[in-house]
Design a binder for this molecule. Structure first.
Ligand SMILES: [Zn+2]
Length: 540
């Protein structure tokens, strides 16, 4: 092996995530590349000079979050962020304090409230009115499928008893028809796009910078932003042009369900003007349904406790026929398609659409993926592998938390026994990739990985309740899903493993997560993060 210079040496128990899942001791970095991997002695013998050394207990490839709303999360962090709170009183105190501290803001926006705090009826406008009466308030919930608004906001939007629900969502209403202040799905999105003032490109750029700092601190070096419209794409381009985007980002271009195939020309255009540097505007996101806890996930059979007969099998935002046409055309144009599907009917339509694309266009390497896969019908699980569809999973949700137990299970009844079949997907041979859906839930890969391995809440003892422990996967598989699996779906074949010649994306850890019990995995902290050979985060 020829000697080489190096800018940096990283040492620790090195989990390479390569095909053989090899462990070793040291990595040398030159420029943006890994130039040597091996035992400390092997690496020291290869390199010339004495570059600085970063040491940790363990080193893993930089994580890639395959489904995250980084910019939305950054925007919430800059506004009202309820993410770390869990009671109505705490929410109202923070919202009121934020409004008082920002008398200059014409609207109070933000998010992060939890459905379980309010139960199935959702939050009410009067509570917000009591803390902000003079200005409109618009707050998305943590899963970003519903909004909580005050009376002033409803008045600005003309959302009175006479206002009809849109086809793709609904306002929760009092018996007299007046909206209560909780807007679900399309009712929330339409309100956001039509009534709430739009953020400018510079607002979005700052949200991206804030989010990147948070994600780098968690060892994340690349991600797929799962909902990107033109202003946000412009902001990604601006941050990258300024040399400030140190992560590699795939932007999933939003498929507008209110339009048809005529939008494809715009998507082709955005791919072209939006791609460059660290931004890859390569993918199209199609959102097929909502969530079972609000009866908006698209199901083959009726809900046990539907939210009115109109939605007894949920809502499918893009019907099977239109979806097939869209996916066949996007596939022919070389777009990987990122389909959001939770309910069994949505998952089936997603797979049928890819099957139609295969039949029409033949095989390719686009790595289409279906995100969430909360309740696939069991016979659809083995269809992913032969279709080359990657399972884009959010493993943190696969635990019996209060939302699952008190809200989801009563809606779906016996079907709750097949929530998040990650183990079956793995056994079927499908490629797995992991994402957080942050700000929906934590962006910390180790918290997510612990739940994937235990199917329990983080840090809970071994006898605590699980969400079907037979669907657990082991730690090397989970780590590989978050690194090489996510890099695969992001078409980033230059990263995802620690091998010579690859881009130097590394997370240096304070402990070896393989060293303790499974309920300690989430205690792992990132000491430093290297992205493209640059140290982009260092603790303390
Ligand atoms: Zn999402």
């Amino acid at each position: 092996m020829a000697p080489t210079g190096a800018d940096l040496i990283v040492t620790g128990d090195v989990f390479t995530a390569d095909a053989a899942r090899r462990w070793t001791e040291a990595v040398a970095v030159l420029g943006d590349r890994i130039v040597a991997v091996g035992t400390e002695r092997e690496v020291r013998e290869r390199i010339t000079g004495s570059p600085p050394v970063l040491s940790g207990a363990c080193v893993v490839p930089g994580f890639q979050d395959a489904h995250v709303h980084a910019a939305f999360a950054g925007r919430i962090l800059r506004n009202v962020n309820l993410d770390d709170l869990g009671t109505k009183d705490a929410y109202l105190e923070r919202i009121g304090a934020f409004a008082r501290a920002h008398p200059e803001l014409p609207w109070i926006v933000g998010g992060g409230w939890l459905n379980v705090v309010f139960g199935t009826d959702g939050p009410r406008r009067e509570d917000l009115d009591a803390v902000v009466a003079d200005r409109p308030v618009f707050l998305m919930n943590t899963d970003t499928h519903a909004a909580w608004v005050n009376s002033e906001a409803l008045a600005r939007g003309g959302r009175t008893a006479a206002w009809p629900d849109p086809w793709d969502g609904y306002a929760v209403r009092d018996p007299d028809g007046s909206p209560t202040g909780c807007l679900q799905e399309g009712a929330a999105y339409t309100f956001r796009s039509e009534v709430v003032p739009r953020d400018g490109v510079e607002d979005w750029a700052e949200a991206i910078r804030v989010a990147q700092r948070e994600l780098h601190a968690l060892g994340i070096t690349g991600w797929q932003d799962a909902w990107v419209e033109p202003d946000l794409l412009r902001a990604y381009r601006a941050v990258d042009d300024a040399g400030e985007l140190t992560a590699r980002v795939v932007t999933a271009l939003w498929w507008d369900r209110h339009r048809g195939p005529e939008q494809i020309d715009d998507l082709v255009g955005a791919r072209s003007w939006g791609t460059g540097g660290n931004v890859h505007a390569s993918t199209v996101k199609i959102m097929l349904d909502g969530c079972p806890e609000s009866c908006t996930a698209s199901m083959l059979d009726p809900y046990e406790a539907p939210f009115g007969q109109a939605h007894d099998r949920g809502i499918q935002f893009v019907e099977a026929e239109a979806l097939r046409e869209a996916v066949v055309r996007l596939d022919a144009l070389g777009f990987p398609v990122h389909q959001h599907a939770l309910g069994d009917r949505a998952v089936r339509s997603a797979l049928d659409a890819v099957e139609a694309a295969r039949a029409a266009n033949g095989p390719n390497d686009l790595r289409h993926h279906v995100a969430h896969l909360q309740l696939p019908e069991p016979s659809d699980v083995p269809r992913l592998r032969p279709l080359g569809v990657v399972a884009n999973l959010q493993p943190y949700w696969a635990q019996p938390d209060p939302m699952t137990v008190t809200m989801t299970e009563p809606r779906i009844g016996a079907r709750a026994s097949r929530l998040y079949p990650i183990g079956d997907l793995r056994r079927s041979g499908a490629v797995l990739c992991f994402g957080s859906d942050w700000p929906v839930s934590t962006a910390d890969p180790f918290a997510e990985i612990e739940v994937a391995v235990t199917r329990r809440g983080v840090g809970e003892p071994e006898d605590a309740p699980t969400l079907d422990a037979s669907q657990a996967i082991d730690l090397p598989v989970a780590l590989a899903a978050f690194t090489r699996g996510s890099a695969y779906v992001n078409h980033d074949d230059d990263a995802g493993t620690i091998e010579e010649g690859r881009r130097a994306d590394l997370a240096i850890l304070d402990r070896n997560p393989f060293g303790g019990t499974t309920s300690e995995i989430a205690r792992t902290q990132v000491l430093a993060t290297v992205a493209g050979g640059r140290i982009v985060f260092e603790r303390g």
